[in-house]
Design a binder for this molecule. Structure first.
Ligand SMILES: [Zn+2]
Length: 481
């Protein structure tokens, strides 16, 4: 394929959008765009498929093993009393940097590379403040334009807030749903950022349909409304981009950070662990074992005890509800306990990661809305049929990834690609060198080799589907066999 270049890149990210739900009926403007774009049908999120983990990987081109942003929330000395460190909070992220030093978020971002090349990054973000922060923590020094709708002080560049508010008025405060934020964000991008700043890379982060998938239900009428609102936002921004000077060769990436799996019921892991003599607390430190809850549960024991963890892993494998089981400190493929996979295999081996990860056992069967795929969930306050992500279910790991660029043929492309490829793709499009070598590759590079690994102990068997090697490998899915 000839080299693919562009003078500018526009990225529109639909948080949590499942690629199989980007249909003409639900999202007509997006579906029309996809018709003329290259569609990566085997694209995958990063593990764990959680929003701020994903944002950090998109921003850096590196997996959590390198970035250290291993979960949406995790135990950390910089956390507030009795809490996990919360990556959605810009304050907590600044606290982390203050305690741990700049190394806390030191992994180079594509925004750093753009700044070094004299190019400019602009971000309009309608999700959490921390989500915007992690995409470009050095926004001020980089000369980036980062607008978070979370508030004037939620970013390193409050002048971005001032500029947009002077034109559009303040964003809606505490709306009952996220549709007004999606609409405001798209207007900020279409009416202010694109025409006036003409950034080299513009990223619009739409917090829908993720919020509605969680809190309204995977295919509820209100969720359909939110998907249409996100679709209108996309159309508005595409139209504004088309009004840039005619000599522009614009590349457009339409993508999501992860998918969602419909949940079928709350699973009482605390009681089940108590039967195994483990006192667990959900989403906060304090007990014997602290659990980051969800479809994939991260287990941090208060005191390290390998023999006890090994016994716990073996006991979990006896339970019918135990899905994938991962552990830290193995040989790179097998975990340290029989029948587990090593966290290094999914590029989540970092000092902040939990030593044992347990996925609830889901399956391909329909969710309560009749959509394919379902899983039990631990903790959280979502209604029945709400969506969740973070685990290895293919519906959680599959993300939307489509690129329209001059010279790139449209159509389906089944090469395994993922979030680690976003930074190398846009830097390559603009012919900008990364600050440090990146493990991913441009989306049009030769395909990685896919393989399926299995392990087990006794009756318990699990699989993990991956493609490629090392830090740039793609995790497709995994689970119990
Ligand atoms: Zn997300």
């Amino acid at each position: 394929m000839p080299s693919i270049t562009a003078s500018r890149v526009l990225i529109v990210l639909f948080d949590g959008l499942r690629p199989d739900m980007a249909t003409p009926e639900r999202m007509p403007a997006l579906a029309a765009f996809l018709n003329g774009a290259r569609r990566f049908t085997e694209s995958s999120s990063v593990f764990p498929s959680l929003t701020r983990v994903c944002a950090t990987t998109i921003g850096t081109g590196q997996p959590p093993a390198v970035t250290g942003i291993v979960n949406n929330a995790f135990p950390d000395p910089a956390a507030r009393e009795g809490r996990f460190l919360d990556t959605s909070s810009a304050g907590d992220m600044r606290r982390g940097t203050a305690l741990h030093g700049p190394g806390f978020v030191a992994t180079p971002r594509f925004a750093d590379a753009l700044a070094a090349a004299g190019r400019r990054f602009a971000l309009v973000h309608s999700g959490s403040a921390g989500g915007a922060y992690l995409l470009d923590p050095r926004a001020k020094a980089n000369g980036s334009f980062v607008l978070s709708l979370s508030g004037r002080d939620a970013t390193e560049t409050p002048e971005a807030w001032d500029k947009v508010v002077a034109r559009l008025g303040p964003p809606p405060a505490a709306p009952p749903d996220r549709i007004p934020l999606v609409e405001y964000a798209s207007r900020a991008m279409a009416e202010v950022v694109l025409p006036e700043l003409q950034p080299d890379v513009a990223l619009l982060w739409l917090t829908e349909p993720d919020w509605s998938f969680h809190y309204r239900g995977m295919d509820a009428p209100e969720t359909r409304e939110a998907m249409l609102a996100a679709d209108r936002a996309f159309a508005l921004v595409l139209e504004a981009a088309s009004r840039l000077p005619v000599e522009e060769r614009m590349a457009v990436i339409a993508m999501s950070d992860h998918g969602h799996v419909g949940t079928t019921g709350r699973f009482d892991l605390v009681t089940e662990l108590a039967l195994l003599d483990v006192e667990a607390s959900l989403d906060r430190p304090g007990a014997d074992v602290s659990v980051a809850a969800g479809t994939m549960c991260w287990l941090w024991p208060r005191a390290p005890d390998a023999a006890r963890l090994s016994r716990l892993a073996a006991a979990l494998q006896e339970r019918p509800w135990c899905g994938a089981l991962l552990a830290a400190g193995g040989d790179g493929v097998e975990g340290p306990f029989p029948g587990t996979f090593d966290l290094a295999l999914v590029n989540a081996d970092h000092a902040r990661a939990a030593p044992l990860l347990l996925q609830m056992r889901g399956g391909p069967e329909d969710d309560p809305y009749g959509l394919p795929g379902r899983s039990p969930i631990v903790g959280k306050d979502f209604p029945p049929g709400g969506g969740m992500h973070g685990g290895l279910h293919r519906r959680e790991m599959a993300n939307l990834m489509a690129l329209s660029a001059p010279g790139l043929p449209s159509g389906d492309d089944a090469s395994p690609v993922g979030l680690v490829d976003v930074a190398p793709t846009l830097l390559s499009l603009l012919d900008v060198a990364p600050v440090a070598p990146l493990p991913g590759r441009p989306l049009w590079a030769p395909a990685r080799e896919a393989r399926v690994l299995t392990t087990g102990r006794g009756e318990y068997r699990q699989y993990l589907a991956v493609a490629g090697e090392g830090r740039g490998s793609i995790v497709r899915d995994g689970g119990r066999l």
